[in-house]
Design a protein around this ligand. Structure first.
Ligand SMILES: [Zn+2]
Ligand SMILES: [Zn+2]
Length: 245
């Protein structure tokens, strides 16, 4: 399986090491035809962008870069954080409408919108490491919150589902199908694991393979995705960024 675009990478505007131009140039060198910048939302503690408007700034930069990279389609998205138990995100609706696409990821260290979210979601995902009895409860909260987000927003894909924050893959896959959302296979984190993908391979859910690159060297790195999809016998029609034919 071959891939034409990488839609999940970070720049210096969040916790990436390189500029937007560096990452775009790396995509060109890898021979991709599309590239998408998706920095962390502002609620991601220590690693997020300054505020929602940073995404508009990135968009302006890419407009300028487009003239220098005629063979490459440059898109701007975001990796938004869930900050409330009703599926609220940390990027304003106005800015989301300006983006080319929206990714959503569960991250353990975010600034929650209220105390209830802080207690059940942020703290819950820390406590579960020492209190195994909480596992099912926290897993249900994570899954429900993510599902609520998918009904609330038009999300292209869920990034690294299950990474550091347990979720119910089967429940999530069902809602992804209903809401036309893909599940990401993240080559940077080599996650989800093969067994997770195998258990939902027959559900009919779509996938996308992304690098989650934080520096130019790993842009367009798809090997892990190719390996997992092959093991799970998922064909290219179900992979958003696979090159068909
Ligand atoms: Zn992430
Ligand atoms: Zn990321």
């Amino acid at each position: 399986m071959e891939f034409h675009g990488d839609y999940h990478m970070h720049t210096q505007y969040s916790d990436g090491r390189a500029t937007v131009a560096d990452m775009v140039e790396a995509a060109r060198l890898k021979g991709l035809t599309e590239v998408g910048i998706a920095d962390h939302g502002p609620a991601n503690i220590c690693t997020g962008v300054k505020n929602s408007n940073t995404f508009l700034k990135i968009k302006e930069e890419t407009k300028y870069l487009a003239g220098h990279f005629p063979q490459l389609k440059i898109k701007v998205g975001a990796e938004a954080d869930i900050v409330g138990l009703k599926g609220e995100l940390d990027i304003t609706r106005e800015v989301i409408e300006e983006l080319d696409y929206l990714l959503v990821g569960l991250h353990p260290y975010v600034m929650p919108v209220n105390a209830e979210t802080a207690w059940n979601y942020v703290l819950g995902n820390q406590l579960v490491k020492i209190k195994k009895g909480l596992r099912e409860k926290v897993k249900n909260i994570n899954t429900k919150t993510l599902i609520d987000t998918l009904y609330k927003y038009d999300v292209l894909a869920v990034t690294h589902p299950g990474l550091k924050m347990d979720i119910d893959f089967q429940e999530l896959a069902k809602v992804c199908i209903k809401t036309d959302t893909a599940l990401e296979i993240n080559t940077g984190h080599t996650f989800p694991k093969v067994d997770d993908i195998i258990q939902i391979a027959d559900s009919g859910v779509n996938f996308i393979v992304n690098s989650d690159a934080h520096f130019p060297e790993t842009v367009g790195e798809f090997d892990y995705g190719r390996y997992v999809l092959n093991k799970a016998k998922v064909t290219e029609e179900r992979v958003l960024n696979a090159t068909s034919g």
